[in-house]
Design a protein around this ligand. Sequence first.
Ligand code: TMP
Length: 212
Amino acid sequence: MSARLVMIEGGDGSGKSTLVHNLAEALKKEGQEVVTTREPGGSPKAEEIRRLILQRETGDNFSPDAEMLLFYATRMQHLFDTVVPALKRGEMVICDRFEVSTFAYQIHARSGNEPLFAKLHQEVVRLLKPLNVHCVYAHCDIDPEIAAKRVMSAGRLLPDVFDAREQAFHEKVREGYKVASQHLDTMFEHVVLDASKTPEEVLAEARNKLNL
Ligand code: TMP
């Protein structure tokens, strides 16, 4: 299979990391070259910026623009170190979160600076477009209340500042994922997955809809 960028997106507790793992395992078993990675992070330098962004609340938060720029700083490093080289080698990259998360969290849920997002998004498009690879994101869609119960039952209580936000915020994030495609370049295709199903069912739906 030729190079492609598959982004697995969704709110906290949507099971997207499990899907990334299961998808990569299934494809590797069939002999495909797959690189799994994540955002924020995905390379040693990019992970350094992740730690800075996600550190526990100290009451001293980054301003909204500074936060978004940090997400793009780690993204640019990740693209440079991991994503672009793998795509150039002709491999498939499966990424746990990407830019759609910035739209859902920073822009839609937090009413962030949309013109700034649009400019930064164009920079990502400028890097990816010449590679001429298929870019698609899958939105793992789930009611945030069910997702929160999953997070709690997994013992992952308030792992970072973002998970600590209230339910209404997570509803806005979900809505953000639903409208994101209108704010992204048409080079990004998307599919929606029913993330309330079992991991096996979500994997089957993902393989079917992503044609993998
Ligand atoms: P993770 O738990 O999936 O690793 O993601 C960490 C948090 O970062 C999660 O709550 C969502 C948030 N996030 C943003 O707010 N904007 C972004 O652009 C990305 C990639 C993540």
